[in-house]
Ligand binder design. Structure first.
Ligand SMILES: Nc1ncnc2c1ncn2[C@@H]1O[C@H](COP(=O)(O)OP(=O)(O)OP(=O)(O)O)[C@@H](O)[C@H]1O
Ligand SMILES: [Mg+2]
Length: 237
């Protein structure tokens, strides 16, 4: 797929595929198009050329039901995007109540289960301001999971966190991988990427420079551009 903002091309013939249960990690420098790529998958952004398919359905079709699509594709944001005036439980139960049309009791039950899954059974009544960044992000993950999505998108889920809180979020993501969730993840956490990714996709200036399994791409990159990027990342660790 390709995408422009005005005259600026931000995605240039990007192509990759994932199997059910795969974890794909998108890496690349700032401005390379990683967030835009994710946003096209749940139609927060529109590609001008190309198609995206999810489980055989064309996501990019003009007549696609975008609400239905967003039920199937959960998204976790860098800055959590929680409602400040709602408790953790209500943040998670909101989608099931409003969008899935579950009864209040069913939605709450589902929200409880997902908060328990991310280790927050004891924080259901807390408001976002009463939670740490790591806890907020785990609520964000529980909220996405409560819709029982086919695919989860993560856009730098740990980038806004203090270093000591990153681990608890990565641990929850590890559990999701173990549960077989299909995940498309933008992250700079290279050891996480190495441990869980089936494929790494390296984007630069809107193009896929190189993609492959982590051991190949990290240890033996084919392209000089990839090696340079990885060197720069490593020197910041
Ligand atoms: N809504 C928008 N309107 C205009 N230009 C945009 C918009 N969103 C992104 N861009 C531009 O598209 C390009 C890709 O941006 P994108 O946010 O996808 O990059 P990124 O790889 O996620 O970067 P970062 O690592 O900083 O998050 C950038 O040049 C950016 O300025
Ligand atoms: Mg981004």
């Amino acid at each position: 797929m390709s995408k422009w903002y005005g005259d600026e091309q931000v995605l240039d013939d990007v192509s990759f595929e994932m199997d059910r249960g795969d974890v794909t990690v998108l890496i690349g420098p700032s401005g390379s198009g990683k967030s835009t790529m994710l946003r096209c998958v749940n139609r927060l952004a529109e590609a001008q050329e190309g198609e995206i398919f999810l489980d055989g359905e064309e996501v990019t079709a003009p007549d696609v039901d975008v609400d239905e699509l967003r039920r199937e594709v959960g998204m976790v944001f860098q800055d959590f995007n929680l409602f400040a005036h709602l408790t953790a439980l209500d943040n998670v139960a909101l989608g099931p109540r409003r969008v899935l049309d579950l009864s209040e009791a069913e939605a709450d039950e589902r929200a409880h289960a997902q908060l328990e899954r991310v280790g927050l059974a004891d924080q259901t009544d807390s408001y976002p301001a009463e939670l740490s960044g790591g806890q907020k992000q785990r609520v964000g993950i529980a909220r996405a999971l409560a819709m029982e999505p086919k695919l989860m998108l993560f856009d730098e889920p740990t980038s806004a966190l203090d270093p000591e809180l990153i681990g608890e979020v990565l641990e929850v993501m590890h559990d999701l991988v173990a549960d077989g969730m299909t995940m498309l993840v933008v992250t700079h956490e290279m050891s996480f990427a190495r441990a869980v990714a089936d494929e790494i996709v390296f984007l630069d200036e809107g193009r896929v420079v190189e993609r492959g399994p982590p051991e190949q791409l990290f240890d033996n990159p084919e392209k000089e551009r990839t090696a340079r990027f990885l060197d720069r990342i490593a020197s910041h660790d």
